[in-house]
Design a protein around this ligand. Structure first.
Ligand code: PEP
Ligand code: MN
Length: 360
């Protein structure tokens, strides 16, 4: 995938890229006031504002639509910021381009729909606009990659992916809990693709914005998107998660910048030493898993002889409880152990069913 590095097209870029602005453009004065305040923060390079708002339920504020586009043009003229808005159809793209919006982003709900993404891809073909793609609502890498590929196939090279967390049925302290392994895997597959984290939509409240922003930087992602409103409590959408430009500056100033490589020889040696220990332990874990699997095979033989099913829920619950208790006793995170044992246990069940039903 040919992708232009951010510093080739974002003037004055420093690491990390901060993209900030209100969830929604509400009025010309709100847009201009926010943009002028944000433009005094040097790392803020892109001004975001939603114009067409995809709302989960009807009767919520659905954005100012076309009326708001000239306000974004004024932001471009009056500040040093690039502008960005969400598009969900060819019509949105056409209107946004007419008003010189620099960055279009595809929202999480739209990324889930290949038809809509293809329509957007066809509409941006032959233009020089930048397109950022948010992860789909559901934790599926293929859908995210598919949308990125459709846009790239249309000849767009100014691109980035945005991690805004995923939607789960279970209640969580986050509105859209992050699943870092997914953007990390995306980075492995497309190393030249910049990744931006959207702490506002991950958190849903102001409380953890700083933590999530820091976590994104610690993962060496390229930027952060944060929602900012002059009067957050009265915002027409996403009021609970927006912060004033002044608070946004505090959050940005508090972020620690760590580098992926260090020039410090002592540190490099220490890290190398620790990594060798990790390698050794991981090899031991793999040997132990092999031993465990050998016993699983013996269990399968015994079950086959006695005509007993591979999966026995009672045993699974009991085993899981024992492992979680053991982890808690020695101070290991119990969710980590529970998730790990779910994987280990399902591999065991699969082994047993495969043995019971050998392929012809
Ligand atoms: C937004 O950025 O305002 C937005 C609607 O985000 P998402 O698509 O991540 O829900
Ligand atoms: Mn929002």
């Amino acid at each position: 995938m040919k992708i232009l590095p951010l510093n080739k097209w974002i003037p004055g870029l420093t690491h990390p890229l901060i993209m900030a602005g209100p969830c929604s453009a509400e009025s010309e004065s709100q847009v201009l006031q926010t943009a002028h305040q944000l433009s005094t923060i040097p790392s803020v390079r892109i001004f975001r504002a939603g114009i067409w708002k995809p709302r989960t339920r009807p009767n919520s504020f659905e954005g100012m639509g076309e009326t708001a586009l000239p306000w974004l043009e004024k932001v471009r003229e009056q500040t040093n910021l690039l502008t960005a808005t969400e598009v969900a159809s060819a019509k949105h793209v056409e209107l946004a381009l007419k008003h010189h919006v620099d960055v279009l982003w595809i929202g999480a709900r739209t990324t889930t729909s290949p038809f809509a993404v293809q329509e957007i891809a066809d509409a941006v073909k032959g233009t020089n606009v930048a397109v950022f793609v948010k992860n789909p609502i559901n934790p599926e890498l293929a859908l995210w990659m598919g949308a990125l590929e459709r846009i790239n196939n249309a000849g767009i090279t100014k691109m980035a992916a945005i991690h805004r967390g995923f939607s789960f049925y279970e209640k969580n302290k986050f509105r859209n809990p992050p699943v870092w392994s997914i953007p990390i895997e995306l980075k492995h597959r497309i190393p030249q693709l910049p990744i931006i984290t959207d702490p506002s939509h991950i958190c849903g409240t102001r409380e953890f914005l700083q933590d999530i922003s820091q976590q994104a930087l610690d993962l060496d992602f390229e930027g952060v998107m944060l929602e900012s409103h002059p009067n957050p409590d009265h915002a027409l959408s996403d009021a609970a998660q927006q912060v004033t430009p002044a608070r946004l500056k505090e959050i940005i100033d508090s972020l620690l910048l760590r580098t992926a490589v260090s020039g410090d020889r002592q540190f490099e040696m220490e890290l190398e030493h620790l990594r060798r220990q990790i390698d050794t332990i991981d090899n031991e874990i793999i040997d132990t898993l092999k031993n465990r699997m050998t016993i699983v095979e013996k269990i399968a033989q015994a079950k086959m002889k006695s005509k007993v099913t591979a999966l026995q829920l009672g045993r699974m619950d009991e085993m899981m409880k024992k492992r979680i208790d053991a982890a808690a006793t020695i101070g290991l995170d119990t969710t980590y152990i529970e998730e790990l044992y779910q994987v280990i246990h399902s591999a065991s069940v699969k082994k047993q069913t495969d043995m019971m039903n050998p392929k012809q």
